[in-house]
Design a protein around this ligand. Structure first.
Ligand SMILES: Cc1cc2nc3c(=O)[nH]c(=O)nc-3n(C[C@H](O)[C@H](O)[C@H](O)COP(=O)(O)OP(=O)(O)OC[C@H]3O[C@@H](n4cnc5c(N)ncnc54)[C@H](O)[C@@H]3O)c2cc1C
Ligand code: SF4
Length: 326
């Protein structure tokens, strides 16, 4: 599968990148590590006239901890740097754990946190070559008007399949979006739409520049668990992140989030309420597992059945919670 023709833009400074985006909005794609964009372009899922390569912009790279406890991570920071950061491992362990499970070491060296957050949603009927899609029939997400997964519907159910966003939701992370009109800061929770087609609230002229980890989220014990076909490399087909803070043998606060089973990564609402003030035991972990499974709405967007993926959300939520507690 060859790449379609495009013009490569390689700015060295953020204002230049933002300028290009403003000028070519609608006909340009951002390239960070390229580990998802390039395969997708080969499959002719995107055929932009311009590709904006961010890799020369050094100010978008790096993990900074501030004296007042705030931490920010540049959008171009590699997943490998996040996985290996002793600082993140100590203070925001759920993020380092989730990053360490993405794909393989080679891909984590290239892939970035910004690319992981902006990752396109995935579906068996979509992540295929052009001849495959043409042969089987195009669908709502690209070039068609039907959904093979939920026929009769008008919505795309492709699953958001990034690992780190579930961890970032547990940390109440916020992101910075920059454009020629200035910057805006949004919570990660508000960034996703739960619609597989228009899955994120990113305007065509906007760039994700930084991820903010609030001081209040430091020190939670974090665990991430995922289901994948090949343990050494694959995207998640179900993922659970848990972050928990203890005090005097009880849960002071806890957050549970899931990924890869809905068109958006999601916080498990009410898990915190269920856990606060309690001691985590098998029965409580079972109840949280049930809540997580109720939040998951997988459809047949992958080779594994929705029933199995949903069940694994229940199992992983329980296991992750017990592991974080113990
Ligand atoms: C074999 C294989 C296995 C994989 N396994 C996993 C896995 O287990 N878990 C997982 O989460 N991912 C997986 N991936 C997907 C991918 O490698 C990661 O999600 C990676 O983090 C993507 O980052 P990137 O920098 O390479 O993004 P890119 O491919 O460069 O970009 C991805 C998307 O985000 C947009 N984008 C990137 N950066 C920005 C920005 N700063 N502002 C605005 N838009 C931006 C791009 O335009 C594109 O649409 C896998 C990929 C492959 C090829
Ligand atoms: S969920 Fe439906 S519309 Fe979306 S990619 Fe799959 S088949 Fe296409």
């Amino acid at each position: 599968m060859s790449l379609p023709e495009f013009k490569l833009l390689r700015p060295r400074a953020l204002p230049d990148a933002i300028g290009y985006l403003a000028h070519y909005a609608g006909n340009i794609r951002v390239l960070a590590g390229g580990t998802d964009l390039i395969p997708s372009m080969r499959q002719k899922l995107f055929e932009p006239e311009y590709v904006l390569d961010l890799r020369g912009i050094s100010e978008l790279r790096g993990i900074k901890s501030h004296a007042d406890g705030r931490t920010d991570v540049g959008a171009l920071t590699s997943l490998r740097a996040i996985e290996k950061s002793a600082y993140l491992r100590e203070h925001f362990s759920v993020l380092a754990e989730a990053a360490a499970t993405v794909a393989s070491p080679v891909i984590r060296n290239m892939g970035t946190i910004g690319g992981n957050i902006c990752l396109d949603t995935r579906c068996l009927w979509y992540n295929q070559s052009l001849p495959w899609r043409k042969g089987c029939g195009f669908c709502i997400k690209k070039d068609g008007d039907i959904c093979h997964v939920a026929p009769g519907g008008t919505k795309c159910w492709a699953a958001f399949s990034g690992d780190t966003p579930a961890a970032l939701l547990c940390l109440n992370a916020e992101i910075e979006l920059a454009s020629a009109n200035g910057t805006r800061r949004v919570t990660l929770r508000d960034f996703y739409t739960n619609d597989g087609q228009n899955y994120r609230k990113l305007k065509p002229n906007e760039l994700l520049t930084r991820v903010f980890l609030p001081r209040e989220s430091a020190g939670y014990r974090g665990v991430y668990r995922k289901l994948r076909v090949r343990g050494s490399i694959d995207y998640p087909l179900a993922g659970v992140a848990v972050a928990i803070k203890r005090s005097n043998g009880h849960v002071l606060d806890a957050r549970v989030a899931i990924t890869a089973v809905n068109p958006a990564p999601m916080i498990v609402e009410d898990a915190a309420k269920m856990l606060r003030g309690n001691v985590v035991d098998e029965a409580l972990a079972d109840s949280v597992g049930d809540l997580a499974a109720r939040t998951a709405k997988p459809l047949t967007t992958s080779a594994l059945t929705p029933e199995y993926r949903r069940e694994m959300i229940r199992v992983f939520a329980k296991r992750a919670l017990l592991a974080a507690w113990n």
